[in-house]
Design a protein around this ligand. Structure first.
Ligand SMILES: [Zn+2]
Length: 407
């Protein structure tokens, strides 16, 4: 087994580097904070001083009379004071620049800036088309994050044409999620009820969880909500079989309503984490029902890139050191396999047992008539005199009888 790309020492090193930059960043933020406070205070004092002077002048009723020598001195002192304060603030502000540039230096020192070497130029061959794919990925991500106005803006600026059918599910999900964040269950409940059948097919307990949360909120209202809570409990009826235990707990909690739920063994029902959980459940189940990914393709790619980049940088260094630059031709494959973790397993992959290569559209897996599967490239290599001998069983057969299979 090769070294695990996400092994702890490397991860630790990266964390230390991040901490290094963060320390510099904290210093800048602290300086900004102190500067802001100082700025406000000096300007406040100055304003107070000038205001007082103005009031004095107005009070003395000097309109139309020439300035006395004393007054003129006071005025010019005031102007000087204003000038000094502003100058001091400006020079203090300049001092922050050095701290800001230290952050930049810390980034340069702690992170590799030269990542171009591991990107193939051919990725951008069909520039316009690629650019559009990238823009679309960004727009989708923004929609998914609920940043609708930013997405719209980007569409306009990049003249990207996104049709309503694409946007609609995101708009709906975001509207419901926003309400959930405000602890408003109504839109989510309405959605769950109208999609009840398909949610059940997905084994989703979203609707039950929403009803439960509504019930819990009634409980939190104390004894005067008891009747309402009892009558709401009829909503649990369709879920009686699947969620018997949870329903019993909720019914049990009613006994403590008069005493106060927060002082009862049922206080966990009032936990705020239920709200975070319902947002998660809703996002996961609604995305799965609508055929959307929970995380946008852009965030998945980004996260995968973060795992893969350090490994690829190391490999590149090794390749250069040993001067075997031909090893990585940058076609559409990486020089090594990089484990991204279970989270990134979306579908099965098939590696040809003969060529030890992952199959692809251009080199798909082929099932031979004996049932063994090899890649098409391997099959072509094994043809001898128009006949193919299976490398496993070894049945002789006509190469044209092999069928492409899809995993
Ligand atoms: Zn065979």
């Amino acid at each position: 087994m090769g070294p695990d790309p996400a092994d702890p020492p490397q991860a630790k090193a990266t964390m230390e580097q991040c901490a290094c930059v963060e320390r510099e960043l904290d210093k800048v933020l602290q300086k900004f904070l102190t500067y802001g406070q100082h700025c406000e205070q000096s300007l406040g004092e100055l304003l107070h001083y000038v205001g007082q002077l103005r009031a004095e002048l107005a009070g003395a009723g000097l309109q139309g009379t020439p300035l006395s020598a004393t007054l003129s001195l006071v005025m010019s002192q005031c102007c000087q004071k204003i000038k000094d304060t502003v100058q001091k603030l400006a020079s203090d502000h300049k001092d922050i620049h050095s701290s800001v540039s230290r952050v930049g230096k810390a980034i340069d020192r702690n992170f590799d800036s030269e990542i171009c070497g591991i990107v193939s130029d051919s990725v951008w061959d069909a520039r316009e088309q690629q650019q559009q794919i990238l823009q679309m990925a960004i727009v989708e991500h923004l929609y998914q994050q609920g940043m609708l106005s930013v997405a719209e803006e980007l569409c306009q600026e990049s003249t990207l044409n996104v049709d309503l059918d694409f946007k609609q599910p995101f708009l709906e999900l975001n509207r419901i999620l926003e309400a959930l964040h405000e602890q408003d269950l109504a839109p989510a409940l309405e959605w769950a009820v109208s999609h009840r059948q398909r949610l059940l097919e997905l084994n989703s307990s979203l609707e039950f969880k929403l009803h439960r949360l509504h019930f819990i909120r009634l409980l939190a209202g104390g004894p005067e909500k008891q009747l309402e809570a009892l009558s709401y409990a009829r909503h649990f009826q369709p879920f009686a079989r699947l969620h018997q235990r949870e329903i019993q707990v909720m019914m049990g909690s009613l006994v403590y309503l008069r005493l106060g739920l927060e002082k009862s063994p049922y206080c966990h029902l009032l936990d705020n984490s239920h709200w975070a959980e319902i947002c998660e459940t809703f996002t996961r189940d609604a995305c799965s029902l609508l055929g959307l990914s929970v995380e946008s393709p852009l965030s998945v790619s980004f996260a995968s890139g973060c795992v893969a980049l350090p490994v690829l940088m190391n490999i590149k260094a090794v390749i250069e050191q040993r001067q075997c630059t031909g090893v990585w031709s940058h076609k559409d494959e990486l020089p090594i396999e990089i484990e991204l973790g279970m989270k990134c397993w979306y579908h099965s992959v098939f590696a040809c047992p003969i060529l030890r290569q992952q199959t692809s559209d251009s080199n798909p897996p082929i099932k031979l008539i004996c049932g063994h599967v090899i890649s098409r490239d391997a099959l072509n290599k094994l043809i001898n005199g128009g006949k193919l001998k299976c490398p496993y069983c070894p049945m002789e057969q006509n190469p044209a009888d092999g069928k492409r299979i899809i995993f």
